[in-house]
Each structure stands twice: as structure tokens, then as C-alpha cells.
Design a protein around this ligand. Structure first.
Ligand SMILES: CC(C)(COP(=O)(O)OP(=O)(O)OC[C@H]1O[C@@H](n2cnc3c(N)ncnc32)[C@H](O)[C@@H]1OP(=O)(O)O)[C@@H](O)C(=O)NCCC(=O)NCCS
Length: 154
């Protein structure tokens, strides 16, 4: 009997300067005030910043994350999965990697902000142990909206 192998899963690896073009394309589809290429390039040179991508065999980069680490505190500053790849567990896979990196860098409290209307992302974060610790009023533009501040104790 022929064996049918399952498609290879996407894997996480550190972001490279050559990824930025694709990352910005995903960013522009994900957010109304997207980060520019310059921002990603600057962060790639910053010691406390961890920029990772999720790469699918044959499809290239399908998502990315940006984490800052300062001593025992971290902030998940950005995470996105390309629209056609959402809802398939890739966001969870990437977030699991972020938590692993944060722990390995000695982060004990990992913070993030999420739009109040972004229930999908908030559900993902809750599933990884993040809890709400505050509200930042009018934190976002386009449209103006409050942020939920969440933290996970690692
Ligand atoms: C948020 C985002 C990264 C999630 O990525 P994803 O690949 O779609 O997420 P997953 O498929 O791994 O889903 C993980 C969990 O998220 C939650 N989730 C996913 N889709 C959901 C939906 N339609 N409704 C509610 N919860 C949902 C669930 O808890 C899910 O767990 P489950 O599969 O066990 O039910 C992705 O939607 C995205 O890029 N959004 C645009 C950018 C963004 O909002 N980034 C976050 C800014 S704070």
C-alpha cells in the first residue's frame, strides 16, 4: 500500500533582511496603521528585539512576530499570519515559539496590547495563559479604539 505523507508543517526561524518585503505585505493586509519596512530593518539590528517568521514549505513566509525583551520583562509588539493561512493553527504555532524564546531570554512577564474588537487574537492569547490586567484608553488610531493590556507569567 502506498504511504501518503502529511504536508510538512511551517517552521519558525529568525527573520532576515530579505524577508522584510514579504513581511510588510502581510503587515499591510493585517493592520490599518502598518509598520514600514524601515521599522523592521531597524529592529533587526537591535539586540533586545527578536523577530521571527513562520515559513511554509513551498509557500515561503506566511507570518511573523516581533518580541522585545528587557531584563525579565517582554512585550509581544507584533504578530500576524497572512490572511489565506489564518484559522489553521499557525498563529498558535508562532505564539508558542515566541513564548519559548521569551523564556530562554529570562522573561518572566510577557505583555501585549490588543484592540478590544480583536476577539480572535484575544482568544488566542487567553489560550496561552495571557490575562487582562488593564485597559489603555484610545490607544489605537484608524479607527480610534481602546487596547486591552494582557500579561502572561512565564
Ligand atoms: C491573530 C492571528 C495572528 C491568529 O492567527 P491564526 O493562525 O488565525 O490563529 P490560529 O489558527 O492558530 O488560532 C488559534 C486560536 O485563536 C482563536 N481563534 C482563531 N480563529 C478564531 C475565530 N474565528 N474566532 C474566535 N477565536 C479564534 C482560537 O482560540 C484558536 O484556538 P483553537 O484553534 O483551538 O480554537 C491572525 O488572525 C492575524 O494575523 N490577525 C491579523 C493581525 C492581528 O490581529 N494580530 C494580533 C494583533 S494584537
Amino acid at each position: 500500500m502506498d504511504r501518503v505523507s502529511a504536508p510538512a508543517l511551517p517552521t519558525a526561524r529568525p527573520m532576515r533582511p530579505t524577508d522584510v518585503h514579504r513581511v510588510v505585505a502581510i503587515e499591510e493586509e493585517a493592520f490599518t496603521s502598518p509598520w514600514r519596512a524601515d521599522t523592521f530593518h531597524t529592529l533587526l539590528d537591535r539586540p533586545g528585539a527578536e523577530l521571527w517568521v513562520l515559513e511554509a514549505p513551498g509557500d515561503g513566509v506566511i507570518g511573523y512576530s516581533v518580541l522585545w525583551c528587557i531584563l525579565d520583562q517582554g512585550e509581544l509588539a507584533n504578530i500576524a499570519i497572512a490572511p489565506g493561512y489564518r484559522g489553521k493553527g499557525h498563529g498558535a504555532r508562532l505564539l508558542a515559539k515566541v513564548l519559548e524564546i521569551a523564556r530562554s531570554r529570562g522573561v518572566e512577564s510577557l505583555y501585549l496590547e490588543v484592540r478590544i474588537s480583536n476577539t480572535k487574537a484575544a482568544e488566542l492569547y487567553r489560550g496561552f495563559g495571557f490575562t487582562q490586567v488593564g485597559i489603555r484608553k484610545r490607544y489605537y488610531d484608524s479607527p480610534t479604539e481602546d487596547a486591552i493590556l494582557m500579561v502572561a507569567r512565564l
